[in-house]
Design a protein around this ligand. Sequence first.
Ligand code: F6P
Length: 531
Amino acid sequence: MSNARSVPAHLESLADSLRKTTLRKLFASDHQRAAALTRSLHLGDAELMADFSKQLITGEVVDALVAEARSAGVESLRTDMVSGRAINSTEGRAVTHMAMRATSDLTAPDALRAEVNEHDQLMRAAVDAIPAGIRDVVNIGIGGSDLGPALLCDALASMRKPVRDVRFVSNIDPVDLDRALEGLNPAHTLFVVCSKSFGTSETLANARRAIAWLVAGGVTRPGDHVIAVTAQPERVASSGIPARYVLIMPESVGGRFSVSSPVSVAVALAYGCDALGEVRDGMRTMDEHFVRTPAADNIAMLLGLVWWWNSTVLGFPTVAVVPYSRVLALLPSYLQQLIMESNGKSVSRDGEAVPVSSPIVWGGLGTNAQHAFFQLLHQGTHVVPCDFIGHSMSLGSSGDDHDTLVANMFAQAQALAVGVTADEVGGDTALRAHRTTPGNRPSTTLLFSKLTPRALGALIALYEHATFVQGAMWNVNSFDQWGVELGKKLANQVAADMGSVAEDMKGTPSVEHDASTAQLLQQHRVWRSGR
Ligand code: F6P
């Protein structure tokens, strides 16, 4: 794989022929369509049905996408990833998130698994050693050091009984930590300071305030109330943040791919190591499916290829992810980081411009989203492909209401695909144009029999792999994130110029600001000083 890739002519011509038809016609002309474009996977204690039939694809498109994936080298890149080759080329690192849950060399090399097991044993020992008196856990971290464990904890709350309460603090906005600490007793509180780099200013500032809160609350050995998680243990020591346990995540696991690493120790503290183990089991099931299933039947491969088809060939610039499950409320935010931080790139691995890369990922919870942005999905001028995610068995106390929830999900996908014509609308002629919905708007439905910790893990791994597949199709490096560095650097410089700055920002040299920034800075100084 070398250059930035353009869309081959035969895919463009398949897209042109699909533009001349509609989903309505495709379903009418092929009664096997739904079954033919659906794939299933057994997840141990749950089943997954992935229905791609409401996408603007045909069997011929699937075959062409699979062939295109082969010529793009997706499968060989996957082999390189599994074998531990440094496919994160700009950082010279292997990409080893699958090793965090691997039990065989199918998904990670033996030596790596041995190292991971060692770190995992340390995590289990730390969790087991936490005194019963610790009743509350506060995870301090941001990005991948927050979103994954927060998603898991929020979801597991309806599946497993918590051992401890857990809260999440990510933002440097002091309100975030203030609110998280409300009602907590320092003597009974444990902080997980989670930062792969142990250099993220928001996390370190919040951690220092948390330590000060412990000390002010009479805790004489604050380090006993801190677990640090990082790939840079020596920075924990030099940060001055005391920690009883320092858990290690490998440098080769990207922050946004780190949910199955010790980054999720808060999950183990709140719901037990076994619950986290079940999530990892589900991830491994998806990993093994991804690694060994031929592309045409590979749900992760197809999900990634369909996203690529929609953005790159059909030209739809955004995707809405809509879980119909309260416990997946944090999934859209989680996926925003996973997908956009991975594939929001403008150059290929070789530094050549790529014309299209990651779609903009957004979304929200069904049915709430129906009463917010669905009007645009149905009748707006943008076509927004959707991923609908739901499960048949309720996690709440009413199966009937859950059925209504699922019915809404099916109905929305149907309305988007089929629409309603002016003739079908009938009634007042003047209103017909307003009441017509065009249909032909693509979606995938991921339906689980039930959402167990394993199913949740499989869902997360599914999107990890779909992200990988898209990155490989565009030939971008999905595992670096240089774009976020400039903003971080400038934030440090602006903060230094404000005078009142956090410890980690001190000493950053002042720079010349553009006129707008200088003006904002000046106004802020005035308002901040109360003049
Ligand atoms: O936003 C950039 C980023 O580096 C993410 O990739 C990462 O998940 C987040 O910051 C937090 O980084 P760390 O875990 O090193 O504190």
